[in-house]
Design a binder for this molecule. Structure first.
Ligand SMILES: [Zn+2]
Length: 405
């Protein structure tokens, strides 16, 4: 076996393609493999597959997987064929996709890399500009998404996540059963839900078939869900609901701190759940002597604990429990708590729906933290499109199998 035959076998090149010659440059180390085809060869027309002869050729170059530690390139006189039906077209070469400067195997390698490191880091590792790698990432993510089947989606969670500095958000739509991101789109207004409904339809799903949705109490999502997912029952995510009451507790503490300096530095003592307090925070909480305290903050805190306990009630008693809690909260003479209670009342149906649907945005919280960690590691993304691709890669459970491995 000579070196041409060796590389031909190693590359898996099939006739009419063959390795014509190879060059190895020592400094810097680089392997160039020149491919060619015998005169008179025919190629399938890329449109109709009929065999046709070369009309003219252009020499194209593709970066391939490294040869040991050295960069490797394929070069080929690539023909255009003149098909009697379809006219003149560039043939598809089996080792690369059209208009890519990389072989399929190189792209597959890049896709493996970017699942474990930021694109910028992968670009440094392979010695390419990151815009070229982003092109690869976006291509394969788009391809996998175009083939994704969303026909069985019936439970959807939606939430926003911070995209870039300032007030820049993308909205995430998640299949709560399959625990995967279905759709990412810029913004956090009701139009994002319309875009989701459209995308769902494009992937074989049916907005009418969505029976349960989980969301925060933002009017934009409520409006979008009501209009676009007409058969869905809304469950307000319990983390956001408890967060609303918790926010009121924090406001009470801030207002009361002026007259009660002992509240300074106690913020998380009131906001965290008992089980999550540090030993130091537990001591602090004990020192406030909740049962005898006259602090509004302490009362607000107990009203919050009682609210959280709603979620431990048997379903048939939830409504009665919430009514009692509402009476207590609205008679507390603590304005932020009264305001929160009234908001809870207005959203009561969606809050109590949880006792039937048992859905929440927990999976979204998990996805959110993964996505934000990746974003921090990448030191941000240049565009929402790139950000969306990374979200799909991390949490879209994409089938990237069209890639050679
Ligand atoms: Zn043709």
């Amino acid at each position: 076996m000579n070196e041409n035959e060796l590389f031909q076998a190693a590359l898996g090149i099939l006739p009419p393609w063959l390795v014509d010659h190879c060059d190895f440059t020592v400094e810097p180390g680089r392997l160039d493999i020149y491919l060619d085809f015998p005169r008179g060869s025919t190629f399938p027309c890329p449109v109709c597959s009929a065999a046709a002869k070369a009309y003219d050729t252009d020499t194209l170059t593709w970066r391939h997987l490294n040869f040991f530690e050295h960069q490797a390139y394929l070069h080929a006189r690539t023909p255009r064929v003149e098909c009697s039906c379809c006219g003149v077209h560039r043939v598809a070469v089996p080792w690369a996709r059209p208009d890519s400067g990389f072989t399929l195997l190189f792209e597959a390698f890049v896709m493996k890399l970017v699942q474990g490191m930021p694109v910028r880091a992968a670009a440094r590792l392979v010695g390419e500009h990151d815009t070229l790698l982003w092109r690869i990432v976006n291509h394969y993510v788009d391809l996998a998404r175009s083939q994704a089947d969303h026909s069985r989606v019936t439970q959807v969670g939606m939430d926003e996540t911070a995209a870039r500095r300032g007030q820049n958000y993308v909205s995430l739509f998640v299949d709560l059963k399959e625990r995967k991101v279905l759709f990412v789109t810029p913004g956090k207004d009701s139009a994002t839900v319309a875009a989701f409904a459209q995308d769902l339809t494009a992937h074989g799903g049916d907005p009418q078939a969505v029976a349960e949705v989980s969301l925060d109490m933002s009017p934009a999502f409520v409006k979008g869900a009501t209009e676009q997912l007409p058969n869905a029952s809304i469950t307000f995510d319990k983390f956001h609901v408890v967060g609303l009451v918790n926010g009121a507790v924090d406001e009470v503490r801030r207002l009361e701190r002026k007259e009660h300096p002992e509240l300074t530095g106690s913020r998380y003592v009131w906001l965290k759940n008992l089980a999550n307090l540090t030993a130091n925070q537990k001591d602090k909480l004990a020192a406030f002597d909740l049962t005898r305290s006259h602090l509004k903050t302490a009362r607000a805190y107990q009203i919050r604990l009682a609210f959280q306990d709603l979620y431990n009630q048997p379903p048939d008693q939830a409504k009665t429990y919430l009514d009692k809690w509402y009476f207590w909260a609205t008679h507390s003479r603590i304005q932020p708590i009264i305001d929160a209670a009234k908001s809870i009342r207005r959203h009561q149906d969606g809050i109590l729906r949880w006792f039937t649907s048992r859905i929440n945005n927990g999976i979204l919280e998990g996805i959110n933290s993964l996505v934000q960690a990746a974003k921090a590691k990448a030191r941000g993304y240049r565009s929402n499109r790139n950000f969306a691709s990374i979200i799909y890669l991390i949490a879209g459970k994409l089938n990237l199998s069209p890639l050679p491995t």
